[in-house]
Design a protein around this ligand. Structure first.
Ligand code: NAD
Length: 478
C-alpha cells in the first residue's frame, strides 16, 4: 500500500481528479490518499504561495503527489505553485510522453510517439531578474553541470528501461556557447556511456520545426527548461490535444504527477472535461511506485475506450467518434473496459520490477581557476561609444586597461559601426596588459575610480579561465 498526497485543484480539477481516482481504484491501485488544499482558495486567503505549511509536511512525508491543475490568480505577486513545488522538492526531471491515437483522435501525425524529457529546475526559470538601467532588464540563465548530468542521464536511463531507440538533444549552443554549450557537452559525455542507444543533437530552432513537421523521426528528446516547456506543449497539441497528455515531475526523493493542461475555468462544474491528461499522469505515478500491472491495465482500458469512440467533447469528431460522454461517463466506460485491450491501437506492456539507475551526483575535482579580466556594466545615456571609451579609459591603471566595449553583446569599441543601435547599457571589458595579471584588488581600484569620476557601474562580471580555458564569451564581432 502506497500513501499518496492528492490535491483536487481548481476549475475542472475536482471533476477530473474524481474520475481519475475512481478508475485507478477500480483497477486495484494499492494507494491510501491524504487530500490537501492548494491553489485559488489558498492564494485568495492571503497566502501568496498557494499552499499551507502543513500541506508541505504531508507532501514531504508521502513523497508521491498527484495534483490536479490549479488557477494562479493574475497579478498580486502570487507565485506559481508548480514552479515552487518542482524546485522545493528537487523535481529535476519533467517527463511528457506524447503519442498520437490515430485514427481515433485527429492528428496530422499518425505515427508520432515521442517522450520529451525536460530539465525542470534551472535555466531562465530561476527567475533571477534585475532592471539595471532605464532601458535594460536582465534575466540570468543559470545552467549547472549537476543539472545537466542528472537530466541527461535520466533521459538515457528512461530510453533504456522503456526500450526506446534514440535520444535527441536540443540546444542553441551555436549562440549560447557557455550555457547551452555545457548541456551539449554533457550530452556527448553521457551518450558515450549508452552505446546501444542512438544519439543526436539538433539546434533547437530547426529541431523544433522538424518535430512539428515530422515528429515520427524523434523518439526521446532531452532539452533545457524553457525550450522543453514550449516544445512539450507543441508536441502534445500536434499529437491530438493538450487535454490528453500527462506529465511526471521526478526528483531523487519525491515525485509529482499531473495533467499538462490548466484548470479550464470556463468548463468547471459542467462534468464535460476530459480526464485523460490527469489519468495519464496517474498511470505514470503507478509505474513509478511499482504498480505496473495496474498501470498497464488502466492504460489498455483507456486506449480501448478511445478506440471504442467514446469521447469527451474536446476530442469528439462526427464520423470518427461514436458517443459524446461526460467526464463521469468516460470514467465509467474506462472502468468497464478494465482487462480489455485495444485491437487497432497498440496495447502497452510495462516491464515489472525495473527501475532507472540514477546514481547520486558526484561533485568533480575543482579546476584551476584564474581571474583574467573583468566586465563592468555601465549605465550611460550617451550614444557614441568612442566618447564613452574616453570617459571609461581614465579608470584604467598601468596594469589593467579597457580592451572592449559592447552594447547588448555587439562590439561597439574599438572599431564599432555607426549603424549599430545602442541602448543605455554598456559592457566595458578590462584586461591586464602585456605580462601583467589581474587580481580582486585591481577590480576594487577600478570600481573606486569609477565612483570618483562619476561612472555608473551597475554590475560587474569577473572573467575566469578554468584549466586554461576561457569561461566567458567574446564580444559579438570581436
Ligand atoms: P487551460 O489548459 O486551462 O485551457 C486551454 C483550453 O483547453 C481551454 O479552451 C480549455 O477549455 C481546454 N481544456 C483544457 N483542459 C481540458 C480538458 N481536460 N478537457 C477539455 N478541455 C480542456 O489553459 P488556460 O486557459 O491558459 O489556463 C487556465 C488556468 O489554468 C490559469 O489560471 C493557469 O494559470 C492555470 N494553469 C495551471 C496549470 C497547472 O496547474 N499545471 C497548467 C497550465 C495552466
Amino acid at each position: 500500500m502506497q500513501r499518496i498526497t492528492v490535491a483536487k485543484g481548481d476549475g475542472i480539477g475536482p471533476e477530473i481528479m474524481d474520475a481519475t481516482l475512481e478508475i485507478i481504484l477500480a483497477a486495484g491501485a494499492q494507494i491510501e490518499i491524504d487530500e490537501i488544499e492548494v491553489g485559488e482558495k489558498v492564494y485568495l486567503s492571503g497566502n501568496t504561495s498557494g499552499i499551507a505549511k502543513e500541506s508541505w509536511d504531508i507532501i514531504r512525508r508521502n513523497k508521491i503527489f498527484l495534483k490536479a491543475p490549479i488557477t494562479t490568480p493574475q497579478g498580486g505577486g502570487y507565485k506559481s505553485l508548480n514552479v515552487t513545488t518542482r524546485k522545493f522538492l528537487g523535481l529535476y526531471s519533467n517527463v511528457r510522453p506524447c503519442s498520437s491515437l490515430h485514427p481515433f483522435v485527429s492528428t496530422k501525425h499518425p505515427k508520432m510517439d515521442i517522450v520529451i524529457v525536460r530539465e525542470n529546475e534551472e535555466d531562465l526559470y530561476a527567475g533571477i531578474e534585475h532592471q539595471q538601467t532605464d532601458e535594460v532588464v536582465q534575466c540570468l540563465k543559470l545552467i549547472s553541470r549537476p543539472g545537466c548530468e542528472k537530466i541527461i542521464r535520466y533521459a538515457f536511463e528512461y530510453a533504456k528501461v522503456y526500450g526506446r531507440k534514440k535520444v535527441t538533444c536540443f540546444t542553441k549552443d551555436n549562440i549560447m556557447k557557455q550555457t547551452d554549450g555545457l548541456f551539449h557537452k554533457v550530452f556527448d559525455e553521457i551518450a558515450a556511456e549508452y552505446p546501444e542507444i542512438e544519439n543526436e543533437h539538433w539546434i533547437i530552432d530547426i529541431g523544433a520545426a522538424k518535430m512539428a513537421d515530422t515528429p515520427e523521426v524523434f523518439d526521446v528528446i532531452v532539452t533545457l527548461n524553457l525550450y522543453g516547456d514550449v516544445l512539450s506543449d507543441v508536441a502534445a497539441q500536434i499529437a491530438g490535444s493538450v487535454g490528453l497528455a500527462g506529465s511526471a515531475n521526478i526528483g531523487e526523493e519525491c515525485a509529482m504527477f499531473e495533467a499538462i493542461h490548466g484548470s479550464a475555468p470556463r468548463r468547471a462544474g459542467q462534468n464535460v472535461a476530459n480526464p485523460s491528461g490527469l489519468l495519464q499522469g496517474a498511470i505514470q505515478m503507478l509505474i513509478h511506485i511499482g504498480q505496473t500491472e495496474v498501470a498497464e491495465n488502466v492504460q489498455n482500458a483507456w486506449l480501448k475506450t478511445i478506440e471504442d469512440g467514446i469521447h469527451t467533447y474536446d476530442i469528439f469528431k462526427e464520423g470518427v467518434s461514436k458517443q459524446k460522454v461526460s467526464t463521469s461517463d468516460f470514467a465509467k466506460a474506462v472502468i468497464a473496459n478494465l482487462s480489455n485491450k485495444p485491437s487497432i491501437l497498440k496495447p502497452v506492456t510495462y516491464a515489472k520490477g525495473v527501475s532507472l539507475n540514477l546514481p547520486k551526483y558526484q561533485h568533480k575535482a575543482a579546476a584551476k581557476k584564474e581571474l583574467v579580466g573583468v566586465d563592468l556594466f555601465v549605465h550611460w545615456a550617451g550614444n557614441n561609444a568612442d566618447q564613452l571609451s574616453e570617459k571609461v579609459r581614465i579608470i584604467g591603471t598601468d596594469k589593467v586597461q579597457l580592451s572592449m566595449i559592447t552594447n547588448r553583446g555587439i562590439k561597439v569599441w574599438p572599431e564599432g559601426f555607426e549603424e549599430t543601435f545602442c541602448t543605455d547599457h554598456w559592457r566595458c571589458r578590462f584586461k591586464p596588459v602585456g605580462v601583467n595579471t589581474i587580481n580582486k584588488d585591481d577590480i576594487i581600484k577600478l570600481l573606486s575610480k569609477a565612483v570618483w569620476v562619476g561612472i555608473d557601474v551597475v554590475k560587474t562580471e569577473n572573467l575566469y579561465e578554468f584549466d586554461g580555458k576561457a569561461g566567458y564569451s567574446l564580444g559579438q564581432g570581436q
